[in-house]
Design a protein around this ligand. Structure first.
Ligand SMILES: [Zn+2]
Ligand SMILES: [Zn+2]
Length: 147
């Protein structure tokens, strides 16, 4: 889900974790909070480098790892070793479309999670990595219209 955080809120998040809020770190986390695309490090670099001339690939990779290690963002391993980053750290799953490669957020409701995952009725979940692969609504509609 999109988080719509201001740069000031992002700064406070970093300070709260004891991380120095350099302008590049703030820009990277702020960017992640404003997109729903779950970008890869390469994608973040490509989007931000035209706006921040001094930004290096290494800074982007290091910052994303730093943020993930401090639980400010999630590092998702979808396929192979391609990592995608998500500023929404609340409990949710992901649906990856095999046709358009889009990554969708799936709501996992706290009350219903044990209903979906029946064997976990007496367990308490801290973190969940739920990945579903398939064809998304948009692509299914496109396919139907072609037939
Ligand atoms: Zn699709
Ligand atoms: Zn997500």
């Amino acid at each position: 889900m999109k988080l719509n955080r201001t740069t000031e809120q992002v700064k406070q998040l970093l300070i709260g974790k004891g991380i120095r809020p350099s302008s590049q770190r703030v820009a990277i986390l702020h960017h992640l909070c404003s997109v729903t695309s779950h970008p890869s490090a390469e994608c973040v670099f490509e989007t931000l480098s035209p706006k921040i001339a001094s930004l290096s690939r290494a800074t982007v990779y290091n910052t994303l790892n730093l943020l993930a290690n401090n639980n400010l963002i999630l590092a998702l391993t979808i396929e192979g070793d391609e990592k995608r980053f998500d500023a929404d750290t609340s409990l949710h799953g992901h649906f990856k479309c095999n046709q358009c490669n889009e990554l969708y957020d799936i709501v996992i409701s706290k009350q219903k999670q044990t209903a979906i995952l029946e064997d976990l009725t007496d367990f308490e979940i801290d973190k969940a990595h739920l990945y579903i692969h398939g064809t998304c609504k948009k692509c299914l509609r496109k396919k139907k219209n072609l037939n």
